[in-house]
Design a protein around this ligand. Sequence first.
Ligand SMILES: [Zn+2]
Length: 177
Amino acid sequence: MTVSDTVVADLIRQGLTARAIRQQCGASYNLTADVRRRYQLPRVTSAGPARTIAETLALYTEAYGRGHLRWTGPTRGRTPVLMAESKRYNARRLIFRRHFGCEPIGYVRTVCLAPGCLAADHIADDVSRTIPAGTENAITYLINKGASDWQIACHTGAAGRTVNRLRNQLKDTPHGP
Ligand SMILES: [Zn+2]
């Protein structure tokens, strides 16, 4: 099997171990070592292989009960933390972001009865816990909270023009409805 040097060099740069590289493209340990030397790339230590966020989440979480998710990874105080792709993340906020596709507003808390549960649909930010019923009420509430259009669209599923219309209405009535 012939594997091009540049492919191997790319995988090394992504932080894969020699073993992961062999699994991915079939490059032998010798070839990977040789490429590493010729391209002068740093060695990935076995103590800290670079994992992707998704891989690290899968490694540190465990499903149990009725759709709950337990954190088995490192914590800081009571906050589950995750190191991946050279960054530190608050796992609760990270799971929220990945599930809802936007930045949470305020604190992300567990809303099911299992303490510390991290299942994506068992956590909520300040807005999803307190948001009023009805799309227009919810949008007005979020505008008054200073949320961005993007955050409003994400939390309510509203179209941009609906948000704009309500923003303009609120401007016209500075003392509120
Ligand atoms: Zn739960």
